[in-house]
Design a protein around this ligand. Structure first.
Ligand SMILES: Cc1cc2nc3c(=O)[nH]c(=O)nc-3n(C[C@H](O)[C@H](O)[C@H](O)COP(=O)(O)OP(=O)(O)OC[C@H]3O[C@@H](n4cnc5c(N)ncnc54)[C@H](O)[C@@H]3O)c2cc1C
Length: 522
């Protein structure tokens, strides 16, 4: 039995070695065990998917090699917490636990409270460090943007040269997915986990792909190359937001200092937009940190009862399967079912369609898409769902026309035909509304609406008007207005009070700008 005290680094959503303060601090204090715990109860939640597991395993394998290169070692356990810590404490003296602060879901919040209680009772200090721009505890949203910027500009935690490990320790092994009852995924072309992959993805974006980011981010066919495609990495912590920010700053400086005409002017707008999104990442997570209840209940409580009693399971199933009869909705959903990634605009459209056209409550749809987003980040996810569903009370209500999205973002059907092969022969002029094809054309091209592809599940104009009326009838009441003020004080971004600020049309890099809304080119 090894009785000299051991530091335990408890890995959460921080599967990296760079800019990892808990690993650095622990390694300075003596023999260190870097531990990841697969918690069966967490993995049994409907939000969690085998694709998340595979991404985490890939990331842990990379981290394990990085730790070994400096003398360290990764320890693995399968079990609940704090029981796993208690079991470890039977064999080693735990000097302290080190971890990042986690803005997770209700489950991880409650588990952290149990761990804190256990650590207090047995007298083990638990040192927690900020992981990103989320401030804990935050007294007021005033000045948050400045705090965020200061934090992003502060030095990154250095990587230890050497990690000392205890002489004897049961290091454990990474479990198979089956052990956690996770079925093998049918998904294809999934993004790969690991710190190296994250750094390479960021580099390829900043060095080349990102030039067209601003213009290319909205269409699902251009977005897959023009967007950074970084999101699963900060979500599972393969790279820190601070590292992304600092590399972005260096790139901005390089462009600024380049001789006139040496760099493409599109970089300015594109990197400004990217910079805003890094701030949004933490801005949305801060909302969940400040109000964990928003995972389950409307941010503005005046909307309670709006959709709860009208959930239509058939509509939900059609939406999940990509069988709504709206080609852009169906293609996006099928793309997600296959690859677990879609760009922001299409996520917003999918959710707005579910919440407004189909009048489905956001909670089951959010849980479903959490499973299909490889980058599932509870703070961003649930806040965005509420925003797109009109239940925050402070955001512009956007109800997209799915047909217009085809015309604007996939007029030749490159994306739609890739994911909805049923529509392969539909002429471009009917792609936005294939049900309008004359019957003889349907027969000729072998796409009979109602047989080969569904008719629209709801009629756009009718559904749109109905949703708008129901939401606005509440939004105009005095209680909704005063509730909106409360929500704004608690969660609203402060830099710009205009509910839909337009991007500033100037070249050069802007100061940080934070909006609750997004500044996609329309
Ligand atoms: C309903 C809905 C749910 C969402 N759920 C998630 C989620 O679970 N996890 C997640 O990371 N993003 C989520 N987003 C935000 C956004 O769609 C994704 O971050 C983005 O599409 C990821 O692709 P990317 O890395 O190429 O993004 P880029 O456009 O290249 O952005 C760079 C990074 O900025 C952050 N970011 C970008 N857009 C936003 C945004 N609108 N709000 C907050 N942060 C942003 C992400 O960390 C992203 O990786 C959601 C958006 C909507 C509308």
């Amino acid at each position: 039995m090894h009785r000299s005290p051991v530091q335990i680094v408890w890995l959460k959503r921080d599967l990296r070695l760079n800019d990892h303060r808990p690993i650095l601090e622990a390694s300075l204090d003596g023999p260190t065990v870097v531990l990841y715990v697969f918690e069966p109860k967490l993995w049994s939640m409907p939000e969690m998917d085998r694709s998340h597991f595979d991404f985490i395993v890939q990331s842990l394998q990379v981290l394990s090699r990085s730790l070994e290169a400096i003398g360290g070692r990764l320890a693995i356990r399968v079990g609940e917490l704090p029981e796993v810590f208690a079991e470890i404490a039977r064999f080693v003296d735990i000097a302290a636990i080190y971890s990042h602060e986690e803005t997770g879901n209700g489950f991880t919040f409650d588990r952290d409270k149990r761990v804190a209680r256990w650590a207090r009772e047995i007298g083990v200090p638990w040192n927690q460090y900020p992981q990103n721009g989320v401030v804990r505890p935050l007294k007021s949203r005033n000045g948050w943007a400045a705090l965020w910027e200061t934090r992003m500009k502060s030095p990154m935690a250095t990587t230890p040269d050497r990690i000392e490990i205890p002489d004897h320790f049961d290091w454990g092994t990474i479990p198979e997915g089956d052990e956690l009852e996770l079925k093998k995924t049918q998904k294809k072309n999934l993004q790969i986990g690991g710190e190296r992959q994250a750094i390479e993805t960021l580099q390829s974006f900043l060095d080349g792909r990102g030039c067209d980011y601003r213009k290319g981010m909205s269409s699902p066919s251009t977005a897959k190359d023009s967007c950074s495609r970084l999101s699963p990495s900060p979500a599972w912590g393969c790279i820190s937001i601070k590292q992304v920010y600092q590399q972005l700053q260096s790139r901005q400086q390089e462009i600024r200092e380049a001789p006139a005409g040496a760099s493409d002017s599109r970089w300015y707008g594109s990197l400004n937009s990217f910079s805003s999104r890094l701030a949004w990442h933490c801005h949305f997570m801060q909302k969940l940190e400040d109000e964990p209840e928003l995972e389950f209940q409307n941010i503005s409580r005046v909307y309670d009862g709006l959709r709860e009693n009208e959930f239509n399971q058939e509509r939900f199933e059609a939406w999940k399967e990509g069988m709504t009869g709206y080609p852009m909705i169906d293609a996006c959903m099928r793309a997600l079912n296959e690859t677990s990634w879609i760009n922001f605009r299409m996520r917003a459209m999918l959710v707005s369609f579910a919440s407004n056209h189909l009048w489905l409550h956001w909670r089951p749809t959010a849980v479903h898409l959490a499973q299909h987003f490889l980058d599932f980040e509870p703070g961003i996810h649930f806040s965005q769902f509420q925003m797109q569903s009109g239940t925050t009370g402070i955001n512009t209500i956007r109800i997209y026309s799915p047909a217009k999205q085809v015309i604007d973002h996939d007029p030749t059907g490159v994306f739609i035909k890739q994911y909805v092969p049923d529509l392969a022969n539909v002429p471009n002029e009917f792609l936005s509304e294939p049900h309008r094809m004359p019957l003889d054309l349907q027969t000729k091209i072998g796409c009979i609406i109602g047989k080969d592809y569904p008719p629209p599940i709801v009629e756009h104009c009718k559904a749109y008007k109905s949703a708008q009326e129901k939401i606005f009838s509440i939004r105009q009441t005095n209680s909704a207005i005063s509730e909106a003020k409360r929500v704004f004080v608690k969660h609203g971004s402060r830099k710009n009070r205009d509910p839909l600020p337009k991007p500033k049309k100037k070249s050069g890099f802007q100061q940080l700008s934070l909006f609750d809304d997004f500044d996609d080119p329309q």
